[in-house]
Ligand binder design. Structure first.
Ligand code: G6P
Ligand code: MG
Length: 218
């Protein structure tokens, strides 16, 4: 009769989505094509390698493998310049309160992120020690929308997938949670995340009693 929560990181716990956008946009500028916020939605939740493929297809650019490697390195260096300046003030509104609420209810939570930079980011904002486990881009072989990252998260929680609730800001992430047979909560634009079981604009909108019905139902 227990439930657990799996949090995406970028765009749910911290506002790093804007830094990913800036770094990808710089790259598109270099390559000479326009990259918009709407294009960026397609990259959210998607692995670094896959993101580059999508970006190149948007610009109709083809590159050699070695050039791609170069761009992956420079995109990440660019991104890290933003990340290493982050502090706890960049935790998104409502996130810490939500974790406190879960602690009070005795509900465990883990991270389920596609990012290889997840441990660094959590340390920058002093949240590293709060999660029961961290499943990130270093521990998965198949990126979202594949459910692997969340299924490993469920294992870390010692729960079956139906007992897990996933918080996601990305289309690919909501799809992964649904494929994993978990409850999906979309954080952000409701029309963009229309496949989610529940939608909220941000974490401050989650009612304090949100988890109670799951505790009694599941
Ligand atoms: C998250 C973000 C994506 C990012 C991916 C990989 O899922 O939403 O935009 O591309 O992580 O992040 P990384 O830090 O490893 O480049
Ligand atoms: Mg995200």
């Amino acid at each position: 009769n227990k439930i657990g929560v799996i949090f995406d990181l970028d765009g749910v716990i911290v506002d790093t989505a804007k830094y990913h956008f800036l770094a990808w946009k710089n790259l598109a500028d270099d390559l000479g094509f326009e990259f918009t916020e709407a294009h960026n939605e397609l990259l959210k939740g998607v692995s670094r390698v896959r993101s580059l493929e999508i970006l190149l297809s948007i610009g109709n650019v083809s590159l050699s493998e070695s050039k791609k490697q170069e761009y992956l390195v420079s995109k990440n260096e660019d991104y890290l310049n933003y990340i290493t300046k982050m502090g706890p003030e960049e935790i998104l509104p409502g996130a810490e309160k939500l974790l406190d609420n879960l602690d009070d209810l005795g509900i465990s939570y883990v991270l389920g992120s596609a990012s290889k930079n997840a441990p660094l980011i959590l340390k920058q904002v002093n949240l590293f020690d709060r999660f029961k486990a961290i499943v990130d881009g270093n521990s998965v072989s198949k990126a979202k929308p594949d459910p692997e990252v969340f299924l490993i998260g469920a294992e870390k929680l010692n729960l079956s997938p139906e007992k897990c609730i996933v918080f996601e800001d990305a289309i690919a992430g909501v799809e992964a949670a649904n494929k994993a047979n978990m409850t999906s909560v979309g954080i952000g634009d409701e029309d963009t995340l229309n496949e989610a079981d529940y939608n909220f604009n941000n974490l401050t909108e989650i009612p304090k009693n949100f988890f109670e019905k799951f505790l009694s139902e599941k």
